[in-house]
Design a protein around this ligand. Structure first.
Ligand SMILES: Cc1ncc(COP(=O)(O)O)c(C=O)c1O
Length: 389
């Protein structure tokens, strides 16, 4: 059987996606296609490595060793032509959100402004605000169902002396837009010119679709690498989010020392044994599994697009360049966000991420997660249609 068609019951496993719908949406009678994890088993080799680690039976303190670091370096080089200079360039974090928070704490001061581009992944806002920094927004431009950067606006905001950092979502969640090399260079040039630290969240970067390429910010050249911190993780790629492993990579020693000092102050040391084992195994052995997944995601994107064009033409599908999250433009339904939410939940019995969660520009949109077996996707699409009929 195709490994991606296996129906796995995830309820009562402490799954946020499957077990927290009542708490989040007020009803558990819904098909969950919201949180960004997939309903697939991790690659067989990763499961095997974890079983062997469990069988070893000793779970004392662990740290990401040279073999784990080497696995990451090989992965970024073979998959993205990004050569990390040395193992020293890497720090570790139990997740990318934690990493964003630590980086903000380490490299900005209370009251500083941190720039983001809405609509964007919600914790970009919350990590800035909860650390008592100020959000500076340079909203993305929407043209013909695709996002673009308003470079004039971006420069005017980055040039403010209070703006110390920019968070880049690359590829972009919620739309799946991959930034081109040219766009990233332009961002980088502006950050360098105005002395703004670039933080590039590349958690979705392994999930490139339709022949698109990911350009790691740090691979664009030495001066870009010195200006940035990159966050990567195997969690989206190989569906390992519950194991909480991620890497913070920067060639800038000063940044690294400051980040390490905050981690130390917070008592954050290393990664847990399962996180390290899974991360190493995934990067060492997961390539073939990932290639199969990408074909499936392209097929699912095509199936969703065809269904919606045919049956719910008032909704516009934003074609993703990457990942398993699809941004649906529901403004043509004429419904308010409240009405959209209500109809999806109570008519369609479908839990999707509401667009306003992603900040301004998200109004009238919802985000659907297609990282699920085809039968579940088809059920979700029928529910989506029902919500609007
Ligand atoms: C852009 C982005 N960054 C970070 C995360 C979460 O990362 P983690 O689970 O490692 O904290 C997500 C999850 O959806 C994401 O989309």
């Amino acid at each position: 059987m195709d490994i991606f068609q296996k129906q796995i019951i995830r309820t009562e496993t402490g799954s946020v996606k499957w077990d927290r719908t009542k708490e989040v949406f007020g009803t558990s009678d819904v098909l969950p296609m919201w949180v960004a994890d997939m309903d697939f088993e991790a690659p067989q080799e990763v499961k095997k490595a974890l079983v062997e680690r469990v069988e070893h039976g000793v779970f004392g303190y662990t740290f990401p060793n040279a073999a784990a670091k080497e696995a990451i370096m090989k992965w970024t080089e073979t998959r993205h032509q990004w050569k990390i200079s040395s193992e020293e360039a890497m720090l570790f974090s139990s997740g990318v959100v934690t990493a964003l928070s630590v980086v903000i704490q380490a490299l900005t001061e209370k009251g500083d402004k941190v720039l983001l581009q809405s609509p964007v992944y919600t914790p970009f806002f919350t990590m800035i605000e909860e650390n008592e920094r100020v959000v500076e927004n340079s909203p993305l431009l929407l043209e013909d169902s695709r996002y673009y950067i308003n470079f004039e606006d971006l420069e005017s905001k980055l040039s403010q002396p209070e703006v110390k950092m920019m968070l880049i979502c690359s590829p972009h969640n919620p739309s799946g837009r991959a930034w081109t090399e040219e766009e990233l260079r332009q961002i980088g040039d502006l950050c360098i010119k105005h002395g703004v630290t670039a933080v590039s969240d590349e958690i979705h970067s392994d999930l490139m679709l339709f022949g698109k390429r990911h350009y790691p910010f740090a691979s664009l050249g030495k001066e870009y690498a010195q200006q940035c911190i990159t966050c990567i993780a195997p969690s989206k790629t190989f569906n390992l989010a519950g194991l909480q492993a991620s890497a913070i990579i920067t060639e800038n020693k000063d940044f690294r020392d400051k980040i390490a000092a905050v981690q130390h102050k917070n008592g954050q040391f290393g990664l847990n044994a399962m996180a390290i084992t899974a991360m190493k195994a995934a990067y060492e052995t997961g390539s073939a599994w990932l290639d199969q997944l990408l074909v499936l995601l392209e097929n699912h994107t095509a199936a969703l697009t065809a269904f919606i064009e045919d049956r719910i033409p008032e909704i516009k599908v934003m074609k993703p360049d990457a990942s398993y999250l699809i941004w649906l433009d529901c403004r043509g339904t004429g419904l308010s966000d409240q009405e959209l939410k209500h109809q999806l939940l109570y008519k369609g019995k479908l839990a999707l991420e509401p667009g306003p969660k992603y900040g301004s520009g998200g109004e009238g949109f919802v985000r659907i997660n297609i990282g699920t077996p085809l039968a579940t996707l088809q059920e979700g699409l029928l529910r989506l249609e029902k919500a609007f009929r």
